[in-house]
Every structure is written in structure tokens, then in C-alpha cells.
Design a protein around this ligand. Sequence first.
Ligand code: ZN
Length: 562
Amino acid sequence: MKVKDFPYKRYELAEGKKAFEEFKRKAEEATSAQDVLNARKEYLDELEKYITNASLAYTRYTLNTRDEFYLGEQMYYDEIGPQMNDFNTQYADIMLSSPFRAELEKALPETVYPSYMCAKACHSSEIISDEQEENSIVTEYSQLMSQITTDWRGEQKTISFIRGFVNDKDRTVRQEAALAIDKALSQNSEKLDDIYDRLVKVRTRMAKKMGYDNFVKMGYYRMMRIDYDRDMVDSFRKNVLKDIVPVVSRLKRNTAKALGIDDFKFYDNDVIEGEGNPCPKLDEKGILNAAKEMYHEMSPVTGAFIDKMLNAEAFDVTARDGKWGGGYCTDFPAFKQPFILANFNGSAGDIDVVTHEFGHGLAMDFVYTYGDKEANIGTSETAETHSMSMEFFAEKYMDKFFDEPDRYRYYHLASSLTFIPYGVIVDEFQHIVYENPDLTPAERNAEYLKLEEKYRPYLNYKGLPYLSKGTRWQYQMHIYESPFYYIDYCLAQVVALEFFADSLSDYDDALNRYFEHAKRGGRYPFNKLVELAGLKSPFADGALSITAKKVEKVLTELKEKI
Ligand code: ZN
């Protein structure tokens, strides 16, 4: 069946309530651990219907944010989400207090019980209305961002469309695009500040009701982080400052020199020397065909999965007016089908869709066969290792997509490394904001600028009236929509770079370790998964310095070839 033909049916809150009550009754009447496990299975199977329909509604809404029916459905799930969540917390409570707990803990993946504790630590029935408010503000932001348009060469275009030109090989085009984004944000400045302000306030209020000083700890529990904390993240950021920032600074200095630029701007940061960034030689159809060929050559596992995706028409990659501007991979578990949304724009980013998002999809598909519905693909840093590592395993096949594959390899590797300092800025910014919830918009922007100077001393925003105030974060949707979900990309990037370094000496061994890693999904916590995959923990002392050195060496070699 094609994704577009998947039947949608609104999941009624009453169904969720009934399923939960059924579970509760059976768990209370249970005379063995097996009885509880059976009740759990039934409850999770029922929840799958909710997840699938909510995911269908979300997907169809993002495919056309002007579709009133699915917008309405989206609002409905925003509203019942916290109540469904509440059943889950009660479910977690029952599992936690079960007289068979010791046996249950043994029978279930080791992450499941800690995840119950996290669920309890970030939700209670007292904050349901705050959670509902938060959801609706988030929807307000995503609607605003997909509808903000500005004049671009005589036509009204969205920020996500214009972003493609910020990496143009022609510096005047990059500047023009950056100015257009600057203007679009500036015209919506009040709304963007107001939305964020309300989000910070509502999140802080919830955290206080839950007994925390501020939202930080609660945010970590929401991310289900069970084997690392704020202090470990802090040392990770320090490692980035010590071991990655100098390498990226050198890289950018060299690029600036090669480009003949002496005032390296924010819009020069994602451009490489020479003929500009590599663009795929293929159009949309060509890219999907080349991906099919690549995955069949890579392994039978990836070959079968790309066929499944293409047969179900599970890639929607054409940029359209009204379509949500980002990209993601989700799934409809009741149909055992992942789905990928993207907005192709002719840039190298289009290739990330068939590599990065494909990696997410593959891991989701593994869960249907090897996984546990609750442990699923794991917490987000784990999930991002699946996608970011696949980007590097695909590098071997880049001749299918590019006339100059080494140019792409250089570009991809350089941008993967370049990303890490930005990622830690986004993370540290949020720590500052939630630890100081009373900062005014101007104070927040000033903090953001300080972080730019700390982690990206090689670039500046001069000449961009709005962005130079420290507002770049306003179109970083995670900051609004998923607090603290960003360091995950940095941690995962380090893991992906490690897989990459290993693949250079033994590709098949690294690929097989990657498959085994993805099959483990979320059945183990992050640090243990990294260890089981035979990699170094990104938190470990020196892990970043070894990786950064290897990457710098490969970059130097590639540069000679291009
Ligand atoms: Zn991803």
C-alpha cells in the first residue's frame, strides 16, 4: 500500500482511556510477571494506533500546512497529547510499583525502567494544561515560520527557500540571501520574541510545579537522558572548545584565504573553496534512482529497505508553497512504514535526505523486526547516530550523485565538523535562557552573541542589521520546538565521525558494526551503545582530539584532490 492511501482515523481520547484502564485492571489482577508483560504488550499495541494516526495527521498537515482538516486534527492531538501522556505516566507508575518489578526489569530492555522514571520526573497531572499551552505555542511558531515570506527577486519566498542561497558560490548572492532572511525575521521580530518568551515562561512554570529550580533538569528528563547529565554535557562542550574549535578555526582561515575574503561572515561559513559547493548532477527522480542503485550495492539490507520506501512512495521531497519547510523522517508503526519529508532545492542538502533521513528510516524498520516498541530507536542522540553515520557510509558511492565526488566528500566532512561549534552554541544558549528565565529579548540576544564569539570566533554578522543583534537562533526551530534537543546532534556527529574514520580502514567491518548498532535501537543507553559498537564515548577525555586530528588529515588529503 502507498503511504497516501493509508487510512486515517482520529484516535479518540476515550479509546486511550479504555486501553489504559484495561492495562491497569490486568496489571492489578496479575499473578505473575508474565501476566504484566502480556498486559503491557496489549497496551503498547493499542498505543500504536494512537501513534500511527497522530503521525499521519502530523505528516499530512506538514505536507500542506493550509489543509484545514489536518490542521484541525493536529490541533486535536496537541490537545489530547498531554492527556495521553498522563496515561503513560500512570502506566509507568504501575510498572514501577508492580510486585513483579524485579522480574520485569530482567525481562525488559535495560532502558525501559529508567525511562519510566524519566517520564515520572517530567510530567504530572498538575501540568497538563501548561503542556497543552506549550503545544499550541509550538504550533503557532511552526505555522509562523512556514508562512513568513519576503521579497526574493520579485517573488514572495519562504525563509527555508531562501536559505539554499546562503551557500551560493557567488558571495553577492549569499549576502543577498542573508539580507533577505534578516529582513524577514526583522519584520516578525516582535512575534518571534513573544512566542519564545511565552515558551520559556510556560516551561519554567511547569518545572517549578514539578519541584525544580528551573526547566533545565526537567528538559533533560524529557529527553530521557539516563546515562549522562548536565555536567557531562558541560565537559563535552569544553572538549569541543579545546579540540574542535581550533581545527575549525584553521579550516575557516584557510577557506577565507582561498576565497580571498578578509571579513569572514556568517554567510561564508558553509562554503568551500573553489567552484562553490558541489551540487548534485541529478534532478529529484535521478537522485531517488541513484539512491536505489547505491543501497543495492551497499548491502542486501539497505537494498531491500530502499525498495520498500520507493514502492510505498514514502519520500515526499518536492518543495511546494505551504509545505512545511524542514525535513524529517517519521513512521506509521501500525503499517510498519517509515516516511521521509524534505524540500529538494538542487543543493547538496538533497543528498542528505537520501542518506541521513534514510538512516533514520532504516533504524525504524529494524525496530519492527528486532526491537522493543517502548525502547524503540532510542533517545534522540542515539537516533541521530543512525542517520549521521549513514551519511558517511554513503560517501563511497558519491560518484553516482556528483560530477566531482571528492569535492562533495570534502564539503560534507568539512561541514560535519563545522557544525559542531554551532551545535554547542545552540545548546549552551538554552542552558542560559532556562537558567535565567527573566532575561529580556535583548539580553537573550546579547548572550547569544557572546556564545558566537566563544565558539565561532572566525565569523561575524556585520552588515546584517537584524542578525548582528544576535538573533540567528530565531530560525533554529529546535530552540522553540524541542528544548535541549541539539547537543544530541553534536554527540551523534562525533559517533558518526568515528564510524567514518573506521570505515576508511575497513569499510565492511564498520558497516556491519553500524547495522548491529542500529538493530540494538534503544535497548541500551547511549554510552553503552557506543561501547558495544566498538567506539569511544564522546564524553571521554581525548575522544574529540583523536577524531578531530583524523578528520583534519582526511580533509587535507581531499583538498589536494579537488
Ligand atoms: Zn536526523
